[in-house]
Design a protein around this ligand. Structure first.
Ligand code: NZQ
Ligand code: ZN
Length: 391
C-alpha cells in the first residue's frame, strides 16, 4: 500500500427531513449567500424548506448557476458576495451548484489577480468563505470532497481545482430531494459514482484488499440499486442507497493508498467542454475505450473485477477482462445511456482536438502517466464504434 494522509472535515447529515437542521448548522448573525441553479429547487419544495429553516437568519440569494457551472456566471456571484459581505455560502442543488459555490468561496478571498488562475495555472487558494451544502442530486461526491470543476465559455474550457479550504463544513443529504430528478439525471447519478470507483480501482495491484472490497461493494450496490431506481423512481430507500454510494465513491476513503487513473475523467471533461454532453454521458462513452486500450496494463485488476463484480468464471484473465469490459458497457446501455461518440453525433475530429488540448497543457494521463497525445486519439477512435452499439 502507498503512504497516505486521510482527512475529511465534512459533517454529513443524512436522511428524511434533515434540511430542518440547517438553522443549527450555521451560526446566526452570519450573513448567508444562498446559491442555486436554474430553478428545480423552486418546483420541488426544497427552496421553501431551506428558507423556512433559515427564517431567523439573514439570507441573500444568487440563482442561475448552470450545469457545468460557468466562470462568467460565478464571477457575478463573487461580486455580489463581496458587495454584501456574505460570511457563509450555502449551496442548494446538485454538483454544479456546489462546485460553483466552492469556486465563489475561493474567488471571494483571492487577492492575486484573476481567480481563473486557480483553475488555469493552479494558483494557490489560501482561504475561502465557509461553505455548507444541501444536496439535491447525488452523483459527483462534491458534498464530501475538496474538488471543484468549473467551465468557461470564452475560451471554451473545463478545468478542476482542489483545496482543503473548499470542503463544505457540512452537507445535508435528504434522499427525498432527489425524487424530482428527471430520468437522465438519475442515470447520471449511477454512472458518475461508478466511474469514480473504477478510476481508483481498475489500475494495478498494490496489495490493498480492503480498498478493493470497498470499491467492489460500491460497484455491486450501484449495479443492484441503479436499475431499481429507474423502475421505482419514488422509492426512498433505493434513493438513499444510491446517494450514499455516490458520497462514498469520491470522499477519499476508497482512494487511500491505491493508484489513481482519472484518464476517463480528463478526456470526458474535454468532450463536455467541446460538445456539451453531460459529465456522466462523457464517462459512459470514454470508460470502455480507456479500458480496452489499457487492457494489458490493467489486466490483473480487470480480471479481478470480472470475477468478483460480474461473476465471470472459467475463463483466462484475458477473456475475463474482455467480458468484464463488455458487461460494464452493456450495464451502462441497459440504464439507457449511449456508449459511443457516434450516438451523440460528435465529429470524427474529436480525438485530434481532445488530444491536442490535453497534451498542449503538458498533461500525461493514467495511473502510469503513459497516456499522451497518440494514446488519447487511439482511445477516442475506439469510442466511435463498438460491438455492442453496432453488432
Ligand atoms: O439547475 P437546476 O434547476 O437545479 O437543475 C439541475 C440541472 O439542470 C437538475 N437538478 C438537480 N437537482 C434536481 C434537479 N432537477 C430536479 N430535481 C432535483 N432534485 O439536474 C441538472 C444537472 O445538475 P448538475 O448539478 O449539473 O449535475 P451533477 O450533480 O451531476 O454535477 C455535474 C458537475 O459536477 C462536476 C461535473 O464535471 C459537472 O460539472 N464534477 C464534480 C466533481 C467533484 N466536485 O468532485 C467530480 C465529478 O467527477 C465531476 O467532474
Ligand atoms: Zn465524475
Amino acid at each position: 500500500m502507498q503512504n497516505f494522509t486521510y482527512h475529511n472535515p465534512v459533517k454529513l447529515v443524512f436522511g428524511k427531513g434533515s434540511i430542518k437542521q440547517l438553522a443549527d448548522l450555521i451560526p446566526s448573525g452570519t450573513k448567508i449567500m444562498m446559491t442555486y441553479g436554474g430553478g428545480s429547487i423552486k418546483t420541488n419544495g426544497v427552496y421553501d424548506q431551506v428558507k423556512n429553516a433559515l427564517r431567523n437568519h439573514t439570507v441573500i440569494e444568487f440563482g442561475g448557476i448552470e450545469a457545468n457551472p460557468l466562470y462568467e456566471t460565478l464571477m457575478k456571484a463573487v461580486e455580489l458576495g463581496k458587495k454584501e459581505n456574505a460570511g457563509f455560502l450555502l449551496s442548494v442543488g446538485g454538483g454544479s451548484v456546489l462546485d460553483g459555490t466552492k469556486f465563489i468561496a475561493a474567488a471571494m478571498r483571492f487577492e492575486k489577480g484573476d481567480p481563473w488562475e486557480i483553475l488555469a495555472s493552479g494558483a494557490e487558494v489560501k482561504s475561502a468563505v465557509p461553505i455548507g451544502c444541501v444536496l439535491t442530486l447525488s452523483a459527483t461526491g462534491s458534498e464530501m470532497n475538496g474538488f471543484s470543476v468549473v467551465s468557461r465559455k470564452t475560451p471554451t474550457e473545463k478545468r478542476a481545482f482542489a483545496s482543503p479550504h473548499v470542503y463544505p463544513q457540512f452537507s445535508i443529504l435528504d434522499p427525498e430531494t432527489t425524487c424530482s430528478l428527471p430520468k437522465r439525471q438519475v442515470i447520471n447519478g449511477i454512472i458518475d459514482p461508478f466511474v469514480h470507483v473504477t478510476e481508483q480501482y481498475l489500475t494495478f495491484d498494490l496489495n490493498t484488499p480492503l480498498q478493493d472490497r470497498q470499491a467492489e461493494g460500491i460497484l455491486l450496490t450501484l449495479i443492484d440499486q441503479g436499475p431499481k431506481a429507474l423502475q421505482s423512481p419514488k422509492d426512498y430507500d433505493i434513493r438513499a442507497n444510491l446517494m450514499w454510494c455516490a458520497t462514498q465513491a469520491l470522499n477519499g476513503l476508497i482512494g487511500c493508498g491505491v493508484a489513481h487513473d482519472w484518464a476517463t475523467h480528463y478526456i470526458g471533461h474535454e468532450l463536455t467542454a467541446l460538445y456539451g454532453i453531460d459529465h456522466a454521458q462523457s464517462l459512459a462513452v470514454v470508460l470502455p475505450g480507456v479500458l480496452r486500450h489499457q487492457k494489458a496494463r490493467k489486466l490483473q485488476k480487470l480480471a479481478q473485477y470480472g470475477r468478483r463484480v460480474w461473476n465471470i468464471s472459467g475463463l483466462s484473465d484475458s477473456d475475463t477482462a474482455d467480458q468484464a469490459i463488455a458487461r460494464t458497457e452493456s450495464f451502462f446501455r441497459s440504464l439507457g445511456v449511449a456508449t459511443t461518440l457516434t450516438e451523440y453525433n460528435i465529429p470524427e475530429e474529436s480525438g485530434r482536438l481532445v488530444a491536442d488540448r490535453i497534451s498542449g497543457r503538458g498533461e500525461m494521463l493514467g495511473e502510469h502517466q503513459a497516456i499522451g497525445k497518440k494514446e488519447i486519439r487511439e482511445i477516442l477512435d475506439l469510442c466511435y464504434r463498438n460491438e455492442l452499439a453496432h453488432p
